[in-house]
Design a binder for this molecule. Structure first.
Ligand code: NAP
Length: 489
């Protein structure tokens, strides 16, 4: 039977996702004169994290000044740590001012990607089939909500919602609320809902290191200064950048003394903020600072002092029709259960079925270990380029920095390939493996390997989420990256 001829490409590049990384990739391509791309967005409007996470108190725990593209600084941030809706508005503004709105196909979720005949066949959730030579996966690692495996989950008769699926029409006033989880999302939600709720019970499984955020409103004169003399904002940005990247030493084993000093200072600060001595004991973690993400909050610990807030560390035995039964046998009734239980980064591609060279499924390839080469390329997946891919997350600085380096690298690579009339780029499994052996060796010296469990690791303790060095090293790593480690056709 004659072989079916594939249709020619509908676009040269399909970018999946229209959050910071998808738009960042698009802008980097445009800068290099490449405009034959389509941005696929599953939702009805652009954005990513900040379109999805609209729970009460949602705000960024990275300074606003650091949380923008370096080439599109925003003089209008209202606060040092801006609320989520303001970041979403910034993302929309950038897309608009860079002419990207028309390049995004909203309500266009992708369900499958298949490598065949020198390109990717993209199947959408609506059943459309398109062809693209390159895929830029810009989905981000934190978008598949974790629903904890707790007995009786389906028995609860009240309302249950994950932090990333907040029902904005739900009124928390005078409600009995249980929050499962006490990490980054919970510390933002609890202070807000406690203002109105009858009672909030926080179910804490592990304590977290919490430092003051020191949020403040930007005065009108500061905004004017940033607007008319943008270098002032850039200077401040540089100051925070350098300070934060230097602080990375505390995350590395070689400076244990630094971590110990930080631990002492932060413990003292946390204890000072809690009134009840019994409660004080519960909130101090038993692992090294930075092993899990350090949380920033000016009001979470203070909120635990309120009469209508309790911190429960008994552990959850099961969920029942009216609430939660703890391991100590207590019943906690709830009208609302909030799942502040995070996301599953091992499913960073969500439900998209990716089939690469020789029918290899990415899901199977990553079943044992999630890894990539230079955080961008994946073996057996030609022309598949990842933004915020394996080992490119950070525990100490703004992810936007990493996004910009990846976008620049990808755009440069595609531009070079076009210039040399090269059609495919891939990485061999052996190159990817030896790269990751080095990466994992470096990770062993970091604080993330010091014995706690976090979403930075998979179930076997393999750290696949974080970059093990300073961000300046990452910048240099991608900047000088030689193309001869890759295979081209
Ligand atoms: P997370 O850091 O993964 O924390 C999940 C919480 O749920 C933890 O306290 C965890 O306890 C608890 N948990 C999970 N399963 C449980 C179970 N079966 N029983 C009891 N407790 C359970 O999730 P997150 O707070 O949503 O934050 C995720 C990431 O999103 C953050 O690390 C951060 O990168 C990002 N984020 C950023 C911001 C921002 O401002 N930029 C805000 C929110 C989130 P254990 O610690 O014991 O596992």
């Amino acid at each position: 039977m004659p072989k079916k001829k594939m249709k020619k490409f509908d676009c040269e590049i399909a970018i999946l996702g229209s959050g910071f990384s998808g738009l960042g990739a698009a802008m980097a391509l445009e800068k290099r004169g490449i405009s034959d791309f389509i941005i696929f967005e599953k939702a009805a409007k652009i954005g990513g994290t900040w379109r999805e996470n609209i729970y009460p108190g949602a705000a960024c725990d990275v300074r606003s000044i650091m949380y923008s593209y370096s080439y599109a600084m925003n003089p209008n941030w209202s606060r040092a740590f801006s609320p989520g809706y303001e970041i979403q508005a910034y993302v929309e503004d950038v897309a608009e001012s860079h002419g990207l709105m028309g390049r995004v196909r909203c309500n266009y979720g992708v369900s499958a990607l298949k490598w065949e005949e020198g390109g990717w066949t993209v199947t959408t959730e609506a059943g459309d089939i398109l062809r693209a030579r390159f895929i830029i996966s810009a989905l981000g690692p934190l978008h598949v909500p974790v629903r904890p495996d707790i007995k009786g989950f389906a028995d609860f008769k009240g309302t249950m919602m994950h932090s990333a699926e907040w029902q904005t029409d739900y009124d928390v006033t005078d409600k009995k609320i249980v929050v499962i989880g006490s990490a980054a999302s919970a510390v933002q939600i609890v202070p807000e809902i406690a203002k109105k709720a009858a009672h909030v019970n926080v179910m804490q499984r592990s304590a977290n290191w919490i430092v003051p955020r020191e949020d403040k409103v930007f005065a009108p004169w500061q905004k004017k200064l940033f607007k008319h003399l943008p270098f002032t904002q850039r200077l401040i940005r540089w100051k925070f950048y350098l300070f934060s990247d230097l602080r990375f030493s505390a995350f590395r084993g070689e400076h244990k003394w630094l971590n110990r000093i930080m631990k002492r200072m932060i413990t003292r600060n946390m204890e000072k903020r809690i009134d009840d001595p019994e409660l004080r004991k519960k909130i101090i973690p038993d692992y090294a600072i930075g092993c899990k993400r350090i949380l920033l909050s000016d009001n979470y610990l203070e909120t635990l002092n309120r009469n209508n807030v309790s911190l429960n560390t008994d552990g959850i035995d099961h969920i029942n029709a009216s609430g939660i039964s703890t391991k100590s046998g207590a019943q906690i009734d709830a009208d609302l259960i909030v799942l502040a239980t995070g996301f599953d980064p091992t499913r960073m591609l969500g439900n998209i079925k990716v089939t690469g060279l020789g029918g290899v499924r990415l899901e199977d390839q990553w079943a044992d270990k999630i890894q990539a080469y230079r955080t961008v390329h994946v073996a057996n997946m030609p022309n598949f380029l990842m933004m915020v891919g394996p080992n490119s997350g950070l525990g100490h600085l703004s992810i936007i920095f990493m996004i910009e380096q990846q976008a620049t690298y990808i755009a440069k690579l595609i531009a070079q390939m076009k210039k040399r009339d090269l059609k495919t780029v891939s990485v061999s499994r052996s190159v990817e493996d030896s790269y990751n052996m080095e990466l994992q060796e470096a990770l062993k010296t970091t604080i993330w390997h010091s014995g706690c469990h976090s979403w930075y690791q998979d179930k076997n303790g393999h750290i696949f989420s974080l970059w093990p060095h300073r961000t300046t090293t990452y910048w240099w790593h991608l900047k000088i990256a030689k193309m001869d480690a890759l295979d081209f056709e």
